[in-house]
Design a protein around this ligand. Structure first.
Ligand code: ATP
Ligand code: MG
Length: 429
């Protein structure tokens, strides 16, 4: 046998059986975002490498070791997007959409990071990212968090909790950075290899270490929240007070620094205790300096991204969603005349009942086999067309989800008969 071609490690197929959960999240998010005035934007999966280096920061895990970067035939260095915000900001600049204007946008699609694949951590994964550009906050910060909370309620997700922090302004962070470096240098022997590397390039990222052996050291580090500039402090108080007012529970986590460099002031993460180590399902924050850093006119912004795979895992924890039905009506045909007649009949029914899903039995088979397929399709109703029925100008209707008898309808009135049989079936479930 010819050798099989293996899938790429860390890149998954999403199979039809998992689609119901994906759709629930995607549709739920799309409806809600539209209800909050957010518009969809789609940007390329590939961008110039320089964009991500500048936006995310040279000394981040993503840029240092996780990007899928390649040189194309024209000799340009390109990268598969590791996150969504940079591309969307680039699009706002490239299309001249800033100029003092405000935008509420969302973008969905695959992201690529060369991480170590494990449960909840993949090399191709999907995000819905949401961006509000031109809003200084804190009102928009709060509205975005409320939007997330509403989405979890809508999806029936209970085991997610909110952590927030403020990173202050770039200037405030510089002062804090000095204090932190002093502290980390004083404990240099206790730092792991990763943290020593981060200490050189980007000391704040040491606080983001996932190594449990670094926990105690990190807990003893000076707090960024104690070094906030007065405006950031006030901004953060505004967020906290409003969240309390809205009844959205949260915990201030002074160690929350986030993995990408572009954040300032408010940062937040929705965490679950139901997925093991990969516990963040949605994260984001304010990025007031990002657009200017990318060469656009200085404009504040805030956004977040949710990880669809992790949300799907949460949603399907109680077992997979019920297999969705693929048809409302299954047409069983028997006899040579009926088979060819069936194709015409079903096309006519699709015209007459455009909202209904029909599945015609394809490829023959005896009655028993056809009814087995009808059952698997999840249809509520089978329509049986045999040579005998055809001769009499009728079709038989048989409800599939309850014990009740078959009825007949003249072919000329079949569409109406199907509608009323489906209505009866729906009323009984
Ligand atoms: P983590 O701390 O888990 O590495 P992150 O801080 O790198 O997450 P972001 O870059 O903020 O995550 O991306 C937002 C969301 O995307 C995360 O909260 C998570 O749900 C999801 N996500 C990030 N990386 C992956 C991945 N490799 N596989 C699956 N989902 C991911
Ligand atoms: Mg990460």
């Amino acid at each position: 046998m010819t050798e099989q071609i293996q899938p790429v490690r860390g890149m998954n197929d999403v199979l039809p059986a998992e689609m119901a959960a994906w759709h629930a999240i995607e549709t739920g998010a799309r409806e809600l975002l539209s209800g909050y005035g957010y518009q969809e934007i789609r940007v390329p999966v590939v961008e110039r490498t320089e964009l991500f280096k500048r936006a995310i920061g040279e000394h981040t895990d993503v840029v240092e070791k996780e990007m899928y970067t390649f040189v194309d035939q024209g000799g340009e260095s390109l990268t598969l997007r590791p996150e969504g915000t940079a591309g969307v900001m680039r699009a706002l600049i490239s299309n001249g959409m800033l100029r003092g204007q405000r935008h509420k946008l969302w973008c969905a699609g695959p992201m690529f990071r060369h991480e170590r694949p494990q449960k909840g951590r993949y090399r191709q994964f999907h995000q819905i990212s949401v961006e509000a550009v031109g809003y200084v906050g804190p009102d928009v910060d709060i509205e975005l968090i409320a939007l997330c909370a509403r989405l979890w309620r809508k999806l029936g997700l209970q085991r997610v909790r909110l952590e927030i922090n403020s990173l202050g302004t770039a200037e405030a962070r510089r002062a804090y950075r000095e204090r932190l470096v002093e502290y980390l240098n004083a404990h240099h022997d206790q730092l792991d290899a990763d943290s020593r590397r981060r200490l050189q390039g980007n000391p704040l990222r040491v606080l983001d270490s996932k190594n449990p052996e670094m926990r105690a050291l990190i807990d003893g580090a000076p707090l960024l929240t104690e070094h906030l500039d007065p405006e950031s402090h006030e901004h953060f108080q505004g967020v906290c007070t409003a969240l309390e007012g809205l009844g959205i529970p949260f915990r201030v986590n002074p160690r929350l620094v986030r993995g990408l460099d572009y954040y300032s002031r408010t940062v937040f993460e929705w965490i679950t205790d139901a997925l093991g180590a990969q516990d963040a399902v949605c994260s984001g924050g304010r990025y007031d300096g990002l657009i200017a850093q990318l060469g656009g006119e200085s404009t504040p912004g805030i956004g977040f991204a949710m990880g669809i795979e992790r949300l799907v895992a949460l949603l399907t924890q109680g077992g997979p969603c019920a297999a969705p039905s693929t048809a409302d009506v299954y047409i069983v045909v028997s006899g040579p005349r009926a088979s060819s007649f069936g194709l015409g009949l079903i096309e006519r029914l699709r015209d007459e009942l455009p909202g209904r899903r029909f599945e015609l039995n394809l490829g023959g088979g005896n009655f028993k086999a056809q009814f087995r397929r009808a059952d698997r399709s999840g249809a509520a109703l089978a329509v049986i067309v045999g040579d005998d029925e055809l001769q009499r100008g009728v079709a038989a209707l048989k409800p599939l989800r309850r014990e009740s008898g078959q009825s007949e309808s003249p072919l000329s009135a079949l569409a109406a008969a199907i509608e009323s049989a489906l209505a009866v079936a729906a009323a009984q479930t």
